[in-house]
Design a protein around this ligand. Structure first.
Ligand code: KG4
Ligand code: ZN
Length: 336
C-alpha cells in the first residue's frame, strides 16, 4: 500500500511517499526558516504564500524520489488539524484535488498524532497503552495512546508551548530563530545550576503544563536590578548566556520528564513515546531515557528528521487509518 502524505500546518512544506506505514520511499521537507528568521517567529501570511509557491514542486519531488508514478498511489493523506488555518488549507486543498483527480481515498491526520506515530516508523514493536509526549513549537501535549489510531488527550499547555518558550528565551538573548537547537548547543558550556528558575507544576496531580512564567523569569533575570527603569537588556558575556540557557533548559526538562513519568505511572503504560521538534533536545532525550530506565518502561523517540515537521509521519499514520477505513469526504474542513 503506497500512501502520499502532505504536511503544511506551520512553516515547513512537506510531501512524502510511504509504503505500508513504515518504508519511507521519500520525505521532502522545504523549510521556510530563512523567510521567518528576521521576524523572530512564523508570520502566517508569509507561510501561506511560501506553501502556495512550493507545494506542487514538493509533491512532484516526493513522487520522483520515490520512483513511482502518480497512478501507483493508493491514498492521499494530509494534516488538517491543528496548525495555522491558512497554511493547513493549502495542503488540504492540494490533497483534495489529488484525491479527486486520481480517484483515491482522502485520509486526514491530526498533526500531533502524526508526531507520535513517527517513532513507529523506526521501531517495530511499541507496546500499548503508551504515554506520549508531543513537544513542539506550537504544542506540549500528553496523550494516552491506545493504538496507532487511538489517542486520548490527558494534558496540555495552558499557555506557551515548550518550543515556544525556547524560541522566546532565544529572542530575549538575541539568539537566532528557532532558538531551540542553539540553546541545546550553548547549554553544554553552561552551568545548569547557576540560576534556579521557577518550575510550574500547577495543581497536585495535574498533567497540564505552563511555560509562560519561566520565560518572564528569564527576562527579569537578564534585566537585573534595572528591570523597572529600562527595557534594554544589559550586555551579557557568553558564559552568562550559557549559564542562563542551561538553567532555563534544566527547568523546562525537569517538568517535562516529571510529568511524563507521573502520567506513565498513573496509567500503568507499557511504553513512553516522545515526539515533536523539542524531542531533538539532547538533555530531554538523556533525562527521559534515564528516568524511564529507572522505572523499567521502554522509551521511544525518532531520529531528528522525523522529530521535526515532516510528511512521512503523516503518510505512515494514514496507513493504519486506511486499514480501519477511516476516510474523509472531500468537504472535510481544516481546523486550527
Ligand atoms: O515539531 P516542530 O518542527 O514544529 C511544530 O510543530 O511546531 O518543532 C519546532 C520547535 C521549535 O520551537 C524549535 O525551537 C524546537 O522545536 N527545537 C528544539 C530543538 N530542535 C528544535 N528545542 C530544543 N532543543 C532542540 N534541540
Ligand atoms: Zn510539529
Amino acid at each position: 500500500m503506497i500512501i502520499l502524505g502532505i504536511e503544511t500546518s506551520c512553516d515547513e512544506t512537506s510531501a512524502a511517499v510511504v509504503e505500508d506505514g513504515k518504508k519511507v520511499l521519500s520525505n521532502i521537507v522545504a523549510s521556510q526558516q530563512d523567510l521567518h528568521t528576521r521576524f523572530g517567529g512564523v508570520v502566517p501570511e508569509i507561510a501561506c504564500r511560501a506553501h502556495t509557491d512550493t507545494i506542487i514542486t514538493v509533491i512532484d519531488n516526493a513522487v520522483a524520489e520515490a520512483d513511482i508514478k502518480m497512478s501507483d498511489i493508493d491514498a492521499i493523506s494530509v494534516v488538517n488539524t491543528p496548525g495555522l488555518i491558512g497554511a493547513l488549507l493549502i495542503g488540504l486543498t492540494a490533497a483534495k484535488t489529488l484525491s479527486w483527480i486520481l480517484k483515491k481515498p482522502l485520509i486526514t491526520v491530526n498533526h500531533l498524532h502524526a508526531h507520535i506515530y513517527a517513532s513507529k516508523i523506526e521501531y517495530d514493536i511499541i507496546e500499548y497503552p503508551a504515554i506520549s509526549l508531543v513537544v513542539s513549537g506550537g504544542h506540549t501535549s500528553l496523550f494516552l495512546t491506545h493504538s496507532e489510531t487511538d489517542y486520548e488527550s490527558v494534558g496540555g499547555t495552558i499557555d506557551d508551548a515548550a518550543g515556544e518558550a525556547f524560541d522566546k528565551v532565544g529572542k530575549i538573548l538575541g539568539l537566532g530563530y528557532p532558538a531551540g537547537p542553539e540553546i541545546d548547543t550553548i547549554s553544554q558550556k553552561g552551568n545548569e545550576k547557576a540560576i534556579l528558575f521557577p518550575r510550574s507544576y500547577l495543581k497536585k496531580g495535574s498533567l497540564d503544563f505552563s511555560f509562560s512564567g519561566i520565560k518572564t523569569a528569564v527576562l527579569y533575570h537578564c534585566m537585573g536590578q534595572d528591570s523597572r527603569n529600562t527595557s534594554e537588556i544589559p550586555k551579557l558575556t557568553d558564559q552568562e548566556i550559557a549559564d542562563i540557557v542551561a538553567s532555563f533548559q534544566k527547568a523546562v526538562v525537569d517538568v517535562l520528564v516529571d510529568k511524563t513519568i507521573f502520567a506513565a505511572t498513573k496509567f500503568s503504560t507499557r511504553s513512553i513515546i516522545l515526539g515533536g521538534g523539542v524531542a531533538c533536545n539532547s538533555r530531554l532525550r538523556q533525562k527521559l531515557t534515564d528516568a524511564a530506565k529507572r522505572r523499567d518502561i521502554p522509551l521511544f523517540y525518532p531520529s531528528k528528521k522525523l522529530c521535526m515537521d515532516n510528511a512521512a509521519m503523516v503518510a505512515g499514520l494514514a496507513f493504519h487509518k486506511y486499514g480501519e477505513k477511516k476516510f474523509s469526504r472531500l468537504d472535510v474542513e481544516a481546523m486550527p
